[in-house]
Design a protein around this ligand. Structure first.
Ligand SMILES: [Zn+2]
Ligand SMILES: [Zn+2]
Length: 554
């Protein structure tokens, strides 16, 4: 009889559970750790002024040189975007497929960084400390996406990555169901699986299902086609290029991120785009404006994007008008509804036809729906199951699916970021919690904007600021100058004189009433100024600006 391995596997999600984005999950066998993915999240509307959100990786510090590296499932930002920050702290190798490597390298270059890459392809395996990893091809909205089968001394852990089971993918390479089934036969200890679409019944339609509706639009548009999708969606870009070719259109690519990913995919032969087809946007003659596809990003109506500027009529090169078509070939990222609607309204006002996922099938998800999640579970037949990659509602829906398929409830774990799942020869259990959370990036500052700073920003942005400056005599506490009141985002300069004059007078009166010992104490004076102004503005205007008193003593 073989002896049970002595040791513990710890599974620690640092991001991506209970949220969309920030994907990062650590596997630790007896003090040797690897991290799967290292993604970002784009700031939510209430995170004012924040450029990016990254996961708190301080948990990884304890491993020192036993932290063996980052292993990426694919090159989407929610899986690799935090690497430029993480690699400043951890100089470890990054294991990535060629497309993911290309996208990460490009991103690192923007930060003036480089990394030690170990490039792998689907079907390859390699050892990493006590782990042995195999990459298994899965279909997704990005080429070169893999699931990972990770052999550990206690058993095989399968991480699904982001996947759908597209049986008719554009590149003719379906998910490697066969390999997943083989692992299922050998025995899978733990499955960690993508929950994004766990609430959607049925199957996610194939990327190929878009061909007909898109062809229809290309065939019947007399003018320009503005085709907008995510920069890294190579399959979708392939479709736009093939349709342009079929309908005698040349293509102008607008946008740096799109040009980059087309360049990388072409080098890696994931994209076959004849150079003769591509027009440099700069060379586009104004009279040859029809029979052109303008491939661009900006499908979320982003304020700085070329597409919104074209739709608003403020782009130096391109115009939009009757006979043109705008195709928003992407999903609506929650929170962006308003600006997308704004984009659609502008395009319609110019007389263009607008096709988007709510009126025409011009987009399919890259994530599997319920039947595909069931198939993944059936193929792997895992002993333990942890839903990952989703908000709590998605994780709960996915867990419910696992239960339906007969996985015992006590073998499923609804983990949160920072929760520790421990597995040894005797079973699996949650054993506590470690540091995890969100770190805000604002300009060059990483982590210096904390929740209380954000609270101030929200307060300032909704109620404005009143600055009160008063100069006091150090001995007598009498007012030498001021109070001067300056406001921003509170009342317009003009017309506020009366309110501000009354406020000034109230502050003066109340300071005169203070006993001498309080009047010579600048802290007390500040508090008094704040109190008087707060009450006054609340009573007269029903507003609560941030009040910032400055007391100078002379
Ligand atoms: Zn993805
Ligand atoms: Zn993802």
């Amino acid at each position: 009889m073989t002896q049970a391995p002595s040791g513990k596997l710890r599974v620690v999600p640092l991001g991506g559970l209970g949220e969309i984005g920030l994907n990062c999950l650590v596997l630790d066998w007896n003090g040797y750790a690897l991290a799967i993915d290292c993604g970002v999240m784009f700031p939510e509307p209430h995170m004012l002024g924040i450029d990016l959100v990254i996961p708190d990786l301080s948990y990884l510090e304890q491993f020192g040189d036993r932290f063996l590296g980052f292993v990426l499932t694919h090159g989407h930002e929610d899986h690799q975007g935090a690497l430029p920050f993480a690699l400043r702290t951890f100089s470890v190798p990054v294991y990535a497929t060629p497309m993911a490597q290309g996208l990460v390298a490009e991103r690192l270059k923007e930060h003036g960084l480089s990394a030690e890459f170990r490039v792998f392809r689907a079907g390859e395996s390699w050892d990493l400390g006590p782990f042995s990893i195999e990459a298994i091809h899965v279909t997704h909205s990005l080429v070169d996406t893999v699931a990972l089968a990770i052999r550990t001394p206690v058993g095989v852990v399968i991480h699904s990555g982001d996947f759908k089971f597209d049986q008719t993918p554009i590149d003719g390479k379906p998910s490697d169901l066969h390999r997943l089934a083989q692992y299922g036969e050998l025995g899978v200890l733990l499955l960690l699986s993508d929950s994004t679409n766990a609430e959607r019944p049925g199957h996610t339609p194939s990327e190929r299902s878009l061909r007909e509706p898109l062809a229809e639009i290309f065939a019947h548009t007399p003018g320009k086609v503005f085709f907008s999708t995510f920069a890294s969606h190579i399959h979708r870009i392939t479709q736009a290029i093939e349709l342009s070719l079929a309908h005698g259109r040349r293509i102008a690519v607008v946008g740096r991120s799109l040009l980059n990913s087309i360049k990388i995919a072409t080098q890696l032969r994931y994209l076959d785009c004849p150079a003769s087809l591509l027009l440099d946007a700069k060379d586009l003659p104004s009279n040859e404006s029809d029979r052109v596809t303008i491939l661009t990003t900006g499908s979320q109506g982003e304020a700085m994007s070329a597409l919104i500027r074209i739709a608003e009529g403020g782009h130096p090169q391109f115009t939009m008008g009757p006979g043109d078509a705008v195709i928003l070939s992407s999903r609506v990222i929650p929170g962006n509804e308003k600006q997308i609607s704004n984009l659609i309204n502008h395009a319609l006002r110019r007389g263009a036809e607008v096709y988007h996922s709510q009126n025409t099938p011009v987009h399919v998800s890259g994530h599997g729906s319920q039947e595909e999640l069931k198939l993944f579970l059936r193929l792997c037949k895992p002993k333990f199951f942890v839903p990952i990659h989703g908000e709590l509602r998605h994780l709960i829906a996915h867990r419910r699916i696992a239960l339906e398929l007969g996985i015992p409830p006590e073998n499923t774990f609804l983990l949160e970021n920072g929760k520790v799942l421990e597995i040894d020869a005797y079973g699996a259990r949650e054993t506590g919690r470690t540091t995890a959370g969100r770190v805000f990036v604002d300009g060059k500052g990483v982590g210096d904007v904390v929740e209380v700073v954000l609270r101030d920003r929200r307060h300032l942005s909704s109620d404005g600021l009143v600055l009160a400056v008063v100069v006091l005599d150090q001995q007598t506490g009498s007012v030498i100058a001021g109070p001067d009141l300056v406001s921003r985002g509170f009342l317009p300069e003009a017309g506020a004189d009366l309110v501000m004059e009354q406020a000034r007078q109230l502050v003066l009166d109340s300071l005169a009433e203070l006993p001498l010992e309080s009047r010579t104490d600048s802290q007390e004076v500040k508090e008094q100024v704040r109190r008087v102004l707060r009450r006054y503005f609340a009573r007269t205007l029903d507003r609560r600006p941030v009040i910032l008193p400055f007391v100078l003593e002379m």
